[in-house]
Design a protein. Structure first.
Length: 205
Protein backbone atom coordinates (compact mmCIF):
# COMPACT_ATOMS: atom_id res chain seq x y z
CA UNK A 1 0.00 0.00 0.00
CA UNK A 2 1.23 3.50 -0.85
CA UNK A 3 2.11 5.59 2.20
CA UNK A 4 -0.02 8.69 2.89
CA UNK A 5 3.31 10.54 3.09
CA UNK A 6 3.52 10.19 -0.72
CA UNK A 7 0.66 12.63 -1.21
CA UNK A 8 1.55 15.83 -3.00
CA UNK A 9 -0.58 18.97 -3.26
CA UNK A 10 -1.66 21.06 -6.25
CA UNK A 11 -1.96 24.78 -5.37
CA UNK A 12 -4.63 25.22 -8.07
CA UNK A 13 -6.87 22.45 -6.75
CA UNK A 14 -8.75 24.49 -4.15
CA UNK A 15 -9.31 27.32 -6.63
CA UNK A 16 -10.73 25.36 -9.53
CA UNK A 17 -12.41 22.26 -8.09
CA UNK A 18 -15.86 23.78 -7.45
CA UNK A 19 -16.47 25.47 -10.84
CA UNK A 20 -15.21 22.41 -12.73
CA UNK A 21 -17.34 20.05 -10.66
CA UNK A 22 -20.44 22.18 -11.26
CA UNK A 23 -20.09 21.63 -15.01
CA UNK A 24 -19.21 17.94 -14.68
CA UNK A 25 -22.37 17.33 -12.61
CA UNK A 26 -24.42 18.61 -15.54
CA UNK A 27 -22.32 16.85 -18.16
CA UNK A 28 -21.91 13.38 -16.71
CA UNK A 29 -25.39 12.17 -15.82
CA UNK A 30 -25.76 8.76 -14.14
CA UNK A 31 -26.40 5.70 -16.26
CA UNK A 32 -27.02 2.02 -15.52
CA UNK A 33 -23.34 1.05 -15.45
CA UNK A 34 -20.56 3.13 -13.87
CA UNK A 35 -19.50 5.97 -16.14
CA UNK A 36 -15.85 5.23 -17.01
CA UNK A 37 -13.69 8.36 -16.87
CA UNK A 38 -10.15 8.59 -18.24
CA UNK A 39 -8.20 11.42 -16.60
CA UNK A 40 -5.12 12.74 -18.40
CA UNK A 41 -2.32 14.44 -16.47
CA UNK A 42 -3.86 13.68 -13.08
CA UNK A 43 -1.04 15.45 -11.25
CA UNK A 44 -0.99 14.76 -7.49
CA UNK A 45 -4.39 13.01 -7.63
CA UNK A 46 -6.59 15.40 -5.65
CA UNK A 47 -9.06 16.03 -8.48
CA UNK A 48 -9.64 12.30 -9.01
CA UNK A 49 -10.46 11.82 -5.33
CA UNK A 50 -12.68 14.87 -5.03
CA UNK A 51 -14.64 14.25 -8.21
CA UNK A 52 -14.96 10.50 -7.61
CA UNK A 53 -16.42 11.21 -4.17
CA UNK A 54 -18.81 13.83 -5.53
CA UNK A 55 -19.82 11.67 -8.52
CA UNK A 56 -20.17 8.13 -7.15
CA UNK A 57 -21.63 6.86 -10.45
CA UNK A 58 -18.21 7.36 -12.08
CA UNK A 59 -15.27 4.93 -12.28
CA UNK A 60 -11.94 6.76 -12.63
CA UNK A 61 -8.76 5.81 -14.41
CA UNK A 62 -6.14 8.41 -13.44
CA UNK A 63 -2.95 8.74 -15.49
CA UNK A 64 0.13 10.92 -15.66
CA UNK A 65 3.23 11.08 -17.83
CA UNK A 66 5.38 11.69 -14.74
CA UNK A 67 5.91 8.33 -13.06
CA UNK A 68 7.01 10.13 -9.89
CA UNK A 69 3.44 11.37 -9.41
CA UNK A 70 1.79 7.93 -9.51
CA UNK A 71 2.45 7.17 -5.81
CA UNK A 72 0.82 10.48 -4.88
CA UNK A 73 -2.26 9.73 -6.99
CA UNK A 74 -2.58 6.28 -5.41
CA UNK A 75 -2.01 7.65 -1.89
CA UNK A 76 -4.80 10.21 -2.24
CA UNK A 77 -7.18 7.59 -3.63
CA UNK A 78 -6.19 4.54 -1.58
CA UNK A 79 -9.58 4.34 0.14
CA UNK A 80 -11.70 5.50 -2.80
CA UNK A 81 -13.33 2.40 -4.36
CA UNK A 82 -14.25 4.00 -7.68
CA UNK A 83 -10.70 5.15 -8.51
CA UNK A 84 -8.34 2.61 -10.14
CA UNK A 85 -4.60 2.50 -9.61
CA UNK A 86 -2.82 5.25 -11.52
CA UNK A 87 -1.20 4.41 -14.85
CA UNK A 88 1.80 6.08 -16.48
CA UNK A 89 0.65 7.65 -19.74
CA UNK A 90 2.81 9.76 -21.98
CA UNK A 91 0.15 10.48 -24.61
CA UNK A 92 2.75 10.48 -27.39
CA UNK A 93 4.60 7.24 -26.63
CA UNK A 94 2.86 5.00 -24.07
CA UNK A 95 0.05 2.48 -24.67
CA UNK A 96 -3.29 3.95 -23.64
CA UNK A 97 -5.54 2.27 -21.03
CA UNK A 98 -8.09 -0.09 -22.51
CA UNK A 99 -11.31 1.62 -23.58
CA UNK A 100 -13.91 2.40 -24.44
CA UNK A 101 -14.39 5.19 -21.93
CA UNK A 102 -17.55 7.23 -21.42
CA UNK A 103 -15.67 10.46 -20.67
CA UNK A 104 -12.20 11.98 -20.50
CA UNK A 105 -10.89 14.91 -18.51
CA UNK A 106 -7.73 17.01 -18.70
CA UNK A 107 -7.12 19.81 -16.19
CA UNK A 108 -4.29 22.32 -16.72
CA UNK A 109 -2.54 19.97 -19.13
CA UNK A 110 -2.58 21.66 -22.52
CA UNK A 111 -0.69 24.79 -21.45
CA UNK A 112 2.18 22.60 -20.19
CA UNK A 113 2.87 20.92 -23.55
CA UNK A 114 3.34 21.72 -27.23
CA UNK A 115 0.75 21.44 -29.99
CA UNK A 116 2.12 18.10 -31.20
CA UNK A 117 1.48 16.60 -27.77
CA UNK A 118 -1.99 18.15 -27.71
CA UNK A 119 -2.68 16.62 -31.12
CA UNK A 120 -1.58 13.20 -29.86
CA UNK A 121 -3.73 13.61 -26.75
CA UNK A 122 -6.79 14.46 -28.84
CA UNK A 123 -6.15 11.55 -31.20
CA UNK A 124 -5.73 9.18 -28.26
CA UNK A 125 -8.90 10.40 -26.57
CA UNK A 126 -10.87 10.02 -29.79
CA UNK A 127 -9.67 6.41 -30.05
CA UNK A 128 -10.35 5.65 -26.38
CA UNK A 129 -13.82 7.21 -26.17
CA UNK A 130 -17.02 5.56 -27.30
CA UNK A 131 -19.27 7.49 -29.73
CA UNK A 132 -21.24 10.07 -27.77
CA UNK A 133 -18.64 10.26 -25.00
CA UNK A 134 -17.28 13.63 -23.90
CA UNK A 135 -13.81 15.10 -23.50
CA UNK A 136 -13.64 18.00 -21.04
CA UNK A 137 -10.52 20.19 -21.06
CA UNK A 138 -9.98 22.86 -18.41
CA UNK A 139 -7.38 25.38 -19.52
CA UNK A 140 -6.74 28.87 -20.87
CA UNK A 141 -6.54 29.78 -24.56
CA UNK A 142 -6.11 32.72 -26.86
CA UNK A 143 -8.88 33.48 -29.32
CA UNK A 144 -7.82 34.79 -32.72
CA UNK A 145 -4.44 35.51 -31.17
CA UNK A 146 -5.85 37.63 -28.32
CA UNK A 147 -5.50 36.80 -24.64
CA UNK A 148 -8.69 37.00 -22.61
CA UNK A 149 -6.89 38.95 -19.86
CA UNK A 150 -3.61 40.65 -19.02
CA UNK A 151 -2.96 37.98 -16.39
CA UNK A 152 -3.18 35.27 -19.04
CA UNK A 153 -0.69 37.17 -21.20
CA UNK A 154 1.74 37.29 -18.27
CA UNK A 155 1.14 33.61 -17.59
CA UNK A 156 1.86 32.82 -21.25
CA UNK A 157 5.15 34.71 -21.11
CA UNK A 158 6.14 32.85 -17.94
CA UNK A 159 5.32 29.46 -19.49
CA UNK A 160 7.28 30.19 -22.65
CA UNK A 161 10.28 31.23 -20.57
CA UNK A 162 10.24 28.25 -18.20
CA UNK A 163 8.29 25.35 -19.79
CA UNK A 164 9.65 23.93 -23.05
CA UNK A 165 6.81 23.75 -25.56
CA UNK A 166 4.35 25.20 -23.08
CA UNK A 167 2.23 28.31 -23.41
CA UNK A 168 -1.33 29.55 -23.76
CA UNK A 169 -2.30 27.98 -27.08
CA UNK A 170 -4.57 29.38 -29.78
CA UNK A 171 -8.02 27.83 -29.41
CA UNK A 172 -8.57 27.66 -33.17
CA UNK A 173 -5.50 25.43 -33.52
CA UNK A 174 -6.60 23.11 -30.71
CA UNK A 175 -10.16 22.93 -31.97
CA UNK A 176 -9.03 22.18 -35.53
CA UNK A 177 -7.08 19.18 -34.20
CA UNK A 178 -10.08 18.03 -32.17
CA UNK A 179 -12.37 18.20 -35.20
CA UNK A 180 -9.80 16.37 -37.33
CA UNK A 181 -9.84 13.44 -34.92
CA UNK A 182 -13.62 13.10 -34.81
CA UNK A 183 -14.49 15.27 -31.82
CA UNK A 184 -17.52 17.41 -32.58
CA UNK A 185 -18.19 21.14 -32.24
CA UNK A 186 -17.06 22.39 -28.81
CA UNK A 187 -19.11 23.78 -25.96
CA UNK A 188 -17.17 26.47 -24.11
CA UNK A 189 -17.93 27.07 -20.43
CA UNK A 190 -16.23 30.21 -19.17
CA UNK A 191 -15.11 29.75 -15.58
CA UNK A 192 -13.43 31.97 -12.97
CA UNK A 193 -9.78 33.02 -13.24
CA UNK A 194 -10.08 33.52 -17.02
CA UNK A 195 -10.12 29.78 -17.71
CA UNK A 196 -12.49 27.74 -19.80
CA UNK A 197 -13.86 24.21 -19.61
CA UNK A 198 -14.17 23.11 -23.23
CA UNK A 199 -16.27 20.04 -23.98
CA UNK A 200 -16.04 18.04 -27.19
CA UNK A 201 -18.26 15.03 -27.97
CA UNK A 202 -16.90 11.96 -29.74
CA UNK A 203 -18.69 11.60 -33.05
CA UNK A 204 -19.82 8.30 -34.54
CA UNK A 205 -17.41 6.92 -37.12
Amino acid sequence: MTSPDARRVSPAFARNRSPILEVLRQLWTPKTDPLRVLELASGPGQHALDFAQALPHTAWQPTDANAALLPSIDAWNADQPNVAAAVKLNVCTDPWPQGPFDAALAINFFHMVDLRTINDALAGCAAALRPGATLAVYDCFTYDGVHVSDSNARFDAHLKAHTPGGGVHEFNDVNAAALKHGLGAPQIHRLPANNQLVVWTRQAT
